[in-house]
Design a protein around this ligand. Structure first.
Ligand SMILES: *[C@@H]1O[C@H](CO)[C@@H](O)[C@H](O)[C@H]1NC(C)=O
Ligand SMILES: *[C@@H]1O[C@H](CO)[C@@H](O)[C@H](O)[C@H]1NC(C)=O
Ligand SMILES: *[C@@H]1O[C@H](CO)[C@@H](O)[C@H](O)[C@H]1NC(C)=O
Ligand SMILES: *[C@@H]1O[C@H](CO)[C@@H](O)[C@H](O)[C@H]1NC(C)=O
Length: 241
């Protein structure tokens, strides 16, 4: 009786209507936010990254197909096959890996024009997913070429265009679209060279000195073996090339 009486009191009705209106408004706003973040993140995120992985016929693809990188993976094979996003350097040996690097660089530069970030990793590397998402969040929208790795100075007495450039270790390097836009995959040099040094030289020759070189966090990248708490995984149990 008292509740009914209060509810029919005009002031109570006004307060009630105001509260309901506010609650409905908040609900609609939240749904809108939820939907827009959902469309944005779930559709754009996967296309923001491509993971380039040179593989050979000794690579166990089932391992990487079950890792988080699977959604972004572009394998570079030295043969043609169902698991190959691209095929490069078909008469490959470890000595000619630099040709494979020039080849995939040219191909991704031409083909993956809608991709913002790229990771090149080896088939014995394991990378922390959250670390990569944080890097993507941090460097999205940068107008400079961004190159994330560890950096080694290349001294090459024979090739002037390679000498004095810095390159990242091939187990892992990450770069943005801006870097791919200026990189020069047509550089010429004498002799067989380390493939990662060639990548660095292509950056050096094409993009000049204004490349943002960011040091990688090696506590988030595992090479050849993964070990953490009660896990130990040998990532390169069988020698490759
Ligand atoms: C995605 O987010 C941006 C802001 O980051 C916004 O301008 C854009 O309208 C959003 N797109 C969709 C489809 O929600
Ligand atoms: C996307 O996800 C991030 C967290 O990962 C969140 O902060 C953001 O609000 C989401 N929406 C948009 C539009 O970026
Ligand atoms: C794998 O590749 C190596 C080097 O190209 C070649 O010698 C070998 O015959 C190949 N093995 C198989 C099973 O295709
Ligand atoms: C290569 O670069 C180093 C350091 O930048 C320099 O000292 C050396 O003279 C260069 N070598 C040649 C052959 O140009």
């Amino acid at each position: 009786m008292t509740t009914l009486f209060r509810a029919t009191n005009p002031r109570s009705i006004t307060v009630f209507v105001v509260i309901v209106t506010i609650l409905c408004g908040l609900f609609i706003l939240r749904q809108g936010q939820y939907l827009s973040s959902k469309t944005n993140n779930s559709t754009v995120r996967p296309r923001t990254l491509a993971v380039i992985m040179p593989v050979n016929n000794n690579t166990d693809m089932s391992f990487y197909k079950n890792m988080w990188v699977a959604d972004h993976l572009y394998t570079v094979c030295d043969f043609r096959g169902p698991n190959c996003a691209m095929s490069c350097n078909e008469r490959s040996t470890w000595k000619t890996l630099h040709k494979k690097t020039k080849c995939f660089t040219q191909k991704i530069k031409e083909r993956l024009t809608n991709t913002e970030f790229f990771i090149k990793m080896d088939d014995d590397t394991f990378v922390d997913r959250e670390y990569i998402h944080n890097l993507i969040d941090k460097y999205t929208g940068f107008t400079e070429p961004v190159y994330i790795s560890d950096f080694i100075l290349n001294l090459d007495g024979q090739n002037r265009n390679l000498n004095g450039s810095y390159y990242g270790n091939g187990k892992f390097y990450m770069f943005n679209r801006r870097l791919l836009d200026c990189i020069d995959p047509t550089i010429k040099y004498k002799g067989d060279r380390n493939e990662d040094a060639i990548f660095g030289a292509m950056v050096f020759n094409g993009c000049g000195p204004d490349v943002l070189k960011i040091g990688e966090d090696d506590s988030k990248i595992w090479h050849k073996r993964y070990s953490n708490k009660n896990k130990y995984i040998d990532l390169s149990a069988i020698s490759n090339y």
